[in-house]
Write a protein that binds this ligand. Structure first.
Ligand code: NZQ
Ligand code: ZN
Length: 389
């Protein structure tokens, strides 16, 4: 196991009606005037926005609001949010939504105290200062409610990039699984796929002696397979929603990833698919992971993939032919994500072979390093995209 540091100070309020405590927790973490940030309208339709405002009113916390965050959030609204927050003397960010809304809020939180362009933090500048963020989660997927990351797209060039720093972990996150019962099946399935992918990015590692995190990752993946099927069949099943929701946080606050090299090459390749074809982030991962695994199996050998096949997918070990076992595990993974409704090829997203050079160029634009288990070059990335066609 490698040396590591782990600092995860987010206060989680998990369960039914927890959103009623929003005002109290904003105050507890020093907020006097918040920017409520949300997406295209689901929080209005569900009545959640009104409930949150009532809680802020009750606590005597002032607010301004900025809605309209689109999935795979863009820089335009972030610049608008930074300006609004400065003008209104906002001292706390309150995103209500999924990963896109939370990440857009984190970007605004970075931009407000910074003299330069917020985008600097997405192109290598070290993250040191940000306004505090508290989240109310309505979609279990990204894990942004407990993570150090914010992933956004700059409209100038349409590059999707990540800023990363402990200061971006939210002060608190309110997680009521009931809020996720209204998700359309596509978003539930995309979320389940993303959560499993966050485990896979950590699981495929060359680091030895990491039994505990291997087992934690397997536990999260097994839970998501089971509860993902239950939530797809019965969308209002509270316990299924609750296990998925906490699974999203555990998968990506990095308690499952400490002390080991992590890959993330597939996530980097995915950024290009959601940006180019407008699919969900989770579905982009569904398209790429089977091909990435088949490529990695050939390049790196079957050891890790045999573990994945036998421990996560229940495959029988074929001692004569470990590669056959590894391939069976990959097939079972692919069948599962198809069974919950994910498309698994670039052509199903509307992409063509001639798009590949552009995808690769954009991925490597001012970003030369991708992947660890498989260190991606432009040629390797092109081959994996081709396999995923
Ligand atoms: O905009 P509204 O109307 O709210 O609708 C949203 C949106 O259309 C809808 N939705 C959310 N909650 C709902 C709901 N509809 C009905 N009922 C509810 N309760 O769902 C749609 C998708 O929302 P979005 O926030 O885009 O989904 P998700 O949470 O999957 O976030 C995806 C983004 O997170 C980034 C991805 O790259 C992508 O941009 N990620 C962020 C990470 C992080 N910060 O740590 C890590 C991840 O790997 C991921 O990259
Ligand atoms: Zn992800």
């Amino acid at each position: 196991m490698d040396n590591f540091t782990f600092y995860s100070p987010t206060y989680f309020l998990f369960g039914k009606e927890t959103e009623k405590q929003t005002g109290e927790y904003v105050k507890k973490y020093g907020g006097h005037k918040v920017l409520i940030h949300y997406g295209g309208g689901s929080v209005k339709r569900s009545g959640l926005l009104d409930r949150v405002k009532a809680s802020l009113d009750e606590a005597g916390v002032e607010y301004v609001e900025l809605g309209g965050v689109a999935p795979n959030p863009k820089s335009g609204l972030i610049y608008e949010g930074i300006e609004l927050a400065r003008k209104e003397n906002v001292d706390f960010l309150l995103p209500i939504g999924g990963g896109s809304v939370i990440d857009s809020a984190k970007a605004i939180a970075l931009g407000v105290p910074y003299d330069g362009d917020f985008w600097d933090f997405y192109t290598g500048k070290v993250v040191e200062e940000a306004l505090p963020v508290g989240t109310i989660v309505t979609l279990a997927a990204s894990g942004s409610e407990g993570s150090t990351d914010s992933v956004v797209t700059h409209e100038d060039g349409m590059h999707k990039r990540c800023a990363d720093g402990d200061i971006l972990r939210p002060k608190f996150s309110i997680m009521n699984p009931e809020l996720t019962c209204s998700l359309p099946p596509y978003q539930t399935a995309s979320g389940v796929t993303d959560i499993i992918a966050h485990c896979m990015e950590r699981y495929f590692s060359h680091t030895q002696g990491v039994e505990l995190t291997d087992r934690l990752l397997e536990a999260v993946m097994l839970t998501l397979i089971k509860e993902g099927k239950r939530a797809m069949a019965d969308p209002s099943n509270y316990d299924a929603r609750a296990n998925i929701m906490w699974g999203a946080t555990v998968a990506h606050n990095n308690i499952t990833g400490v002390g080991r090299a992590q890959d993330w090459g597939t996530h980097h390749m995915e950024n290009e698919l959601s940006t180019t074809y407008g699919c969900s982030h989770g579905e982009g991962l569904a398209v790429l992971f089977p091909s990435w695994m088949r490529y990695a199996l050939k390049e790196q050998g079957p050891e890790r993939f045999v573990m994945f096949a036998t421990r996560v997918w229940g495959c029988e070990m074929n001692f004569e032919d470990p590669e056959a076992t590894a391939l069976e595990g990959i097939e079972k993974y692919e069948q599962f994500i198809k069974s919950i409704g994910m498309r698994t090829s670039i052509s199903e997203l509307g992409g063509k072979e001639e798009d590949i050079p552009k995808l690769v160029e954009s991925m490597f634009f001012e970003a030369p390093n991708h992947g660890s288990f498989v260190q991606l070059t432009k040629e390797k990335a092109a081959e994996i995209y081709k396999m995923a066609l």
